[in-house]
Design a protein around this ligand. Structure first.
Ligand code: G1P
Length: 275
């Protein structure tokens, strides 16, 4: 039994880059081929042995709840037909996972969204998935790799990846000491630095394992970049105490928060499925 049992999905954001598609539909429901982005995230959590799913939603996000629920009318319509197979993945998720939801009423940043999720997590280590970072791996999923590391290090872990130096302004960026293969003990982290201020080119990707005290830390974290409460700033406090690991994961990540990344992910997945 793994010690990380819960996964939080901050999913209150507007997804303005995909307007008008996201006017009435949550960006987390945008499909990569036939599955919505958030479903890939939930499947990655399940692959890590996590079955308690918490979602921080907001206005206009009801489609997420409906997706992980039974649609009686649809089930009735397709019962006994070859279409049933197409629902097998969501049926399996619903059999194995529980879903809890809470709303972020005001958009005050990722750190704030995670704090809103405290009511779903309680006091235990937990994973966070940003569904628009879509990750594909050959073996274990990224979260499964990170959960294993948590068992060893027992502190917060952020997934990192090298990015071109001129893109650091899009990410949280870490600075750390290499402690083992692909593992950094983080000393410093900065949210969306300009390239000339970036301490490295190791960018945080939307996968985190957070230790339970993070909620108290966020509560005392003042607004940072863009006047928002940043998870990067909260983690910086833990990092100063040597309690954050940066993990350069095995796998490929698509930034499905951008149109280019979304199209690349779609093409990649379509090719992989029709191979
Ligand atoms: C968020 C985080 C950032 C991280 C990124 C990963 O930014 O604030 O530190 O690097 O996710 O996708 P966002 O992309 O939501 O602006």
């Amino acid at each position: 039994m793994t010690i990380v049992k819960k996964c939080l999905f901050p999913a209150a954001g507007y997804g303005t880059r995909f307007l008008p598609a996201t006017k009435a539909m949550p960006k987390e429901m945008l499909p990569i081929v036939t599955k919505p982005l958030i479903q890939y995230g939930v499947e990655e959590a399940m692959d890590a042995g996590i079955t308690q799913i918490g979602v921080v939603t907001g206005r206009g996000k009801r489609a997420i709840e409906d997706h992980f629920d039974i649609s009686y009318e649809l089930e009735h319509q397709i019962a006994g037909s070859d279409k049933e197979e197409l629902l097998s993945s969501t049926r399996d998720i619903m059999k194995r996972c529980t879903f809890s939801y809470t709303r972020q009423v005001e958009m005050k940043g990722l750190g704030h969204a995670i704090l809103v999720g405290e009511t779903l997590i309680g006091r235990e280590p937990f994973a966070v998935v940003l569904a628009d970072d879509y990750c594909v791996t050959e073996g274990d999923g990224v979260l499964a790799q990170m959960v294993k590391l948590y068992e060893k290090y027992q502190c917060s872990i952020v997934a990192v990846q090298e990015v071109p130096k001129d893109e650091t302004y899009l990410y949280g960026v870490i600075e750390g000491d290499l402690e083992a293969d692909n593992i950094y003990r983080v000393r410093n982290m900065v949210e969306k630095p300009a390239p000339e201020d970036a301490p490295s080119n190791l960018a945080i990707i939307g996968r985190y394992i957070l230790s339970p005290d993070i909620f108290d830390v966020i509560r005392s974290t003042p607004p940072g970049k863009n006047g928002e409460i940043q998870i990067t700033d909260a983690l910086q406090l833990q990092a100063q105490q040597g309690r954050v690991i940066g993990y350069q994961f095995a796998g490929r990540r698509f930034d499905c928060g951008s149109i280019d990344g979304f199209i690349d992910a779609t093409n990649y997945t379509y090719k992989a499925q029709t191979k």
